[in-house]
Structures are given as C-alpha cells and as structure tokens.
Design a protein around this ligand. Structure first.
Ligand code: B12
Ligand code: SF4
Ligand code: SF4
Length: 346
C-alpha cells in the first residue's frame, strides 16, 4: 500500500489532483438516505439515478473484482482546462462549466495513472470513472477522507473548499482506508439554505433536485415550471450560489465571485449579455453543437440552450430581443416558454 501511495503522491501535482484518499468498496454509508431520496421522487427525471441504485449499493455486481477505490479531487476554480474560444462572454455560466468538459480530461488523467499502476501490478485491475458511472461519489469521497458533506450537499474540505470535481479508480487491490471521515464542520451556519434562490435545499444536507437551477438548466429535458422561472434569475447554465456563499470557499475565490441571485451589469456587460443571448436564440442546432463541442454546455443541446436563454431574456427583460423571442412562439417545445418571456418584455 505504501508503494501505491508513494507512486500516486509522486504524480499528484503533474496530474493536477489537489488531494486523494482510499476506501474499501463496501455498501455506501448513506445508501438508505439515497434510496429514500429516490422514493420521494426528489431526483425528478434523472431516471438513471434510480436505475444505478443496485450497482451503487454493491459495485461488485458490475465489477466483480473491485475491492477498493482510489479517490481523487481536482479543483475547478480557476478552471484547469479553459477553452480560449469559449462562445459566451457574459451569460452566467457556473464555474465548473467554464472550460472543457471534465468527463474527458479528468478521466484521461486518471487513465494515465491506471497505466502506471497496471505496469507495477500486472495481475490487478484498474478502472477510472468520474460522474457518469453508477458510483455514489460523494459518499465514497467522504469515506476516503476527502471532505464532509455540507448542508448544501457538496463535499467540502476544510482547506480546499468544495469547488472541486471527484473521480475514482476502482481496483482489485485490497486497500485500507487511510483517513477517518472528516467531521461535519457546518456547525450552526445555514447560509447556503438561506441563499438558494429556489428553495431547493429543503433540509440541511437534502436537496429537491427538481427545484435546483443546476437541474433545471442542465439535466432537465423540459421547460421549467412557471413558479420557478423568475427564481432562476440570470443563471444561463448551472448555479454556484450555495457554494459561493459558503464560508469554506471564501479563501479559495477571495471575494471575486458574485453571490447575488441576479447580477447588476454596466452598459457594456448588458450589451455583451444581449449579444450572447441573441447568438443562442438565432443559431442553428448544428452551429451550437459545433461551437460548444467538448464543453459541458453541449449536454443541454440546442433545445436546452435556447430554453435557458428564453428564461434569462424574460427575467432580465431584454426588450431588444423581442423579435428573436417571437420567432420561437410557434416552436413545438419552446413556444409556451417564449410566450412567457414575451409577456415579461411588454
Ligand atoms: C445527480 C447529480 C446532480 C443533481 C443532483 C445534486 C444533488 N445534490 O443530489 C444536480 C443536477 C442538481 C447536480 C448539481 C450539481 N452538481 Co452534481 N452530480 C450528480 C451526480 C451524477 C449524482 C449525485 C446523486 O446521486 N445525488 C443524489 C443525492 C441523494 O446523493 P449525493 O448528493 O451524492 O449525496 C450522498 C447522499 C446519498 O448517498 O447522502 C450522502 N451523505 C453523506 N453524508 C451525509 C450526511 C447526512 C446528514 C446526510 C443527510 C446525507 C449524507 C452523500 O453525500 C454526481 C456524480 C456521482 N456519480 O455521484 C454529481 C456531483 C455530485 N455533482 C457535482 C457538481 C460539481 C455539481 C454542481 C456544483 C454543478 C453546478 N455548478 O451546477 C451542482 C451542485 C449543486 C449541489 N448543491 O449539489 C460533483 C460534486 C463535487 C463536490 N465537491 O461535492 C459530483 C460528485 C460530480 C463529480 N464527479 O465531480 N448534480
Ligand atoms: S446550485 Fe443553486 S439552485 Fe441548486 S441548491 Fe445550490 S443555490 Fe440552490
Ligand atoms: S454555507 Fe454553511 S451550512 Fe452551507 S455548506 Fe457551507 S458551512 Fe455548511
């Protein structure tokens, strides 16, 4: 084990990992909570969360040889894989999405490590994942000592905050868990719960994903319910508020990030936001696909990006985009939302 630890430590900084830990692959500590969360329907249309439950409970159902996980964190502020020709200048995009999609580059970095480990241990198995596989990552990372689960549901490290991605390498090697799970350092703080614009944090540590702006602007394949539209404010893709208000992130971004539900913009910024939204509303699906290729925004597709733009146009009351909004009034899936946005412009 010391051999592996030493080897990983030797590569931590060149691979951009901020911290790592180990955990055995037994049933997740919070699995009962996960099951009841799904039963309550708080996952909305994310059917895969329900489908993945049996494998999350017993990873060996899918990976029979898996015994342990090496768990890694990579900070996304500042973004480690920025995209020079990112197509948007002023639309409010959550920090994790302001660059290339971590699903590709984080996995690639772990795969480099897998190759090194495979050479050292040719009989053993190493498989890298991040996000999209049936792994209960926050639970696993908590068990590996990477942080505690805050009231905003994010994994937080006392020195590194919560603005980091989680990835893991499953292995057939038997690894002792190195660190005890960190205690909950939220204390009496409730800043995230109070600041959430949509009330998605329904209890400490518990989210109604159907209300989360991140779900409504990224994962959802429909238009947001009328009662939540205004609360989305100017968020075009994702949301960071419950993390930017968190005291444990203050030393990470040093007051450089806004925490308001809707930003006050000067003339130049307003014009630039208008141009971003005009471009989204008038571009073809092919053009958007090409421009956003390799970024997390590609996941929303043309429908999702135009949907998000309509909400921001309505909330910011950008009247000079009236014609662009009108052109979507007869759209099969966006027509009702376009009519809503239009009603806010007059
Ligand atoms: C579905 C999903 C979402 C959904 C639902 C989020 C949610 N809070 O449940 C939506 C689309 C809303 C979302 C949003 C975001 N996501 Co997301 N998401 C996921 C995904 C794919 C599954 C999460 C899940 O199963 N949720 C269901 C809930 C019930 O489970 P959970 O949050 O994992 O929490 C478990 C839960 C059940 O097991 O119980 C736990 N637990 C542990 N200790 C304790 C203690 C107590 C007292 C309690 C009650 C519970 C508890 C444990 O933490 C994971 C990747 C993965 N494969 O795990 C990424 C992941 C959680 N997301 C991530 C990120 C970065 C985000 C965003 C920041 C993106 C953005 N800026 O828009 C936001 C953050 C919003 C937020 N406050 O959580 C990171 C989180 C990194 C971190 N430091 O925590 C992950 C791990 C992806 C990754 N590989 O980096 N996400
Ligand atoms: S990401 Fe935004 S909407 Fe979602 S829980 Fe956090 S503050 Fe609320
Ligand atoms: S804002 Fe406060 S309550 Fe919320 S996660 Fe951070 S420390 Fe915990």
């Amino acid at each position: 084990m010391n051999e592996i630890k030493g080897m990983i430590e030797g590569h931590l900084s060149d691979l951009g990992f901020s911290h790592f830990g180990f955990s055995s692959l037994s049933k997740p500590l919070s699995f009962e909570f996960y099951e009841s969360w799904i039963k309550e329907g708080l996952h909305g249309d994310m059917q895969y969360l329900e489908d993945h439950a049996p494998i999350k409970q017993t990873p060996q159902k899918k990976w029979p040889r898996a015994q342990s996980a090496l768990v890694f964190a990579i900070p996304y502020y500042p973004h480690p894989e920025s995209k020079k020709d990112f197509p948007l200048k002023s639309a409010r995009v959550s920090l994790y999405a302001q660059g290339f999609d971590y699903h590709f580059w984080f996995k690639e970095r772990m795969q480099k490590l897998c190759s090194l480990l495979q050479t050292q241990f040719p009989e053993e198995e190493f498989i890298a994942f991040t996000d999209s596989s049936p792994v209960l990552e926050r639970d696993l990372a908590k068990r590996a000592g990477l942080g505690w689960v805050g009231k905003n549901t994010c994994l937080i490290h006392p020195k590194k905050g919560s603005l980091f991605f989680i990835g893991e390498i499953y292995t057939s090697l038997q690894m002792e868990t190195e660190l005890a799970p960190l205690p909950d350092f939220c204390g009496t703080c409730t800043r995230c719960i109070e600041a959430c614009p949509t009330g998605a944090l329904i209890e400490p540590h518990k989210m109604d994903a159907r209300k989360c702006i991140s779900y409504l602007t990224i994962e959802s394949r429909t238009v947001p319910p009328v009662e939540l539209r205004e609360k989305i404010g100017d968020w075009f893709f994702g949301c960071d508020i419950c993390q930017t208000v968190c005291p444990w992130n203050q030393k990470i971004f040093k007051g450089q990030l806004a925490t308001e539900p809707i930003l006050a913009l000067n003339d130049e910024q307003s014009n630039s936001l208008t141009e971003d939204l005009r471009y989204i509303l008038t571009s073809s699906g092919k053009r958007l696909e090409k421009d956003f290729w390799g970024t997390p925004l590609a996941r929303a597709g043309s429908f999702g990006l135009k949907r998000n733009a309509l909400v921001v146009v309505g909330n910011k009351q950008i009247s000079c985009l009236k014609n662009e909004v009108e052109s979507l009034v007869n759209h099969e899936r966006l027509g009702e939302l376009a009519t809503w946005a239009l009603s806010r412009l007059s």
